[in-house]
Design a protein around this ligand. Structure first.
Ligand code: MG
Ligand code: ZN
Length: 237
């Protein structure tokens, strides 16, 4: 049986080198103390974003935010990976707990503006930015404003092989439900402590090499633990 591969990938710190959301609030607003308060569990992510958006200064016009986004560095091998995925009919979906205002211009700039993406939005009206969270979930235990697990469950069928690539806390629920996990940073640490089998990566070059090898060797099985979790999550809905 030919199994379709679906690749889901985080944005901040994965497609881009830095966390662009953090940089946005650092550049145009006040990153601290709200960010430390978030890490201490004093805010939900949605609450943190609402506060952070209200601190954005008047220089943060849509044009300025766009220019700021276009100055961010992306992983040097991301275009190669996405191109390779297209050549192999691998469906790519960007899943982010960040914002459309910087994700869209960056994806456009690297020639992949047409990729499906799920994220939070920031809307500019009368000089003020307001966040909204179309991907919020009450059924998942994750603390995110936009739940990535739910995107996986909605967009992948039972016979698809789900690949997940990420680096942070907002990636943990999705990674636990994926068959092939590529992790770095906080996500890699989470996978270590929770026994989630994963490939530790540094750049997209390694992600592509490992995927190429697994495709060549037809090593594309479902991960039993992930398959079970997906079934449980779907039944709980
Ligand atoms: Mg990230
Ligand atoms: Zn979740």
């Amino acid at each position: 049986m030919i199994r379709n591969i679906k690749l889901f990938i985080d944005f901040d710190g994965t497609i881009t080198v830095n966390d662009v959301g953090d940089e946005l609030f650092r550049t145009f607003g006040s990153f601290e103390p709200v960010h430390s308060e978030l890490l201490q569990g004093l805010h939900t992510v949605a609450g943190y974003y609402e506060r952070s958006a209200s601190y954005l200064r008047s220089e943060a016009t849509p044009d300025a935010v766009r220019a700021f986004a276009l100055a961010q560095d992306v992983d040097p091998y991301i275009v190669a990976l996405f191109t390779w995925c297209q050549m192999h009919a691998i469906d790519v979906t960007v899943v982010s707990d960040g914002f459309d205002v910087y994700i869209d211009p960056i994806l456009d700039a690297i020639g992949f503006g047409s990729l499906q993406r799920h994220c939070n939005t920031l809307t500019y009206l009368d000089g003020k930015w307001t966040p909204s969270f179309p991907g919020a979930s009450e059924s998942c235990a994750c603390f995110c404003a936009s739940c990535k697990r739910n995107v996986l469950l909605t967009h992948a069928g039972p016979d698809d092989v789900i690949v997940y690539v990420g680096d942070g806390r907002s990636d943990t629920c999705a990674a636990e439900h994926a068959d092939i996990v590529f992790a770095k940073g906080a996500l890699a640490a989470h996978c270590e402590t929770h026994g989630v089998a994963h490939h530790h990566f540094h750049t997209m070059f390694q992600v592509q090499q490992i995927l190429e090898r697994r495709l060549r060797e037809n090593d594309l099985r479902a991960r039993k633990q992930a398959e079970r979790r997906r079934q449980q999550a779907i039944m709980a809905e």
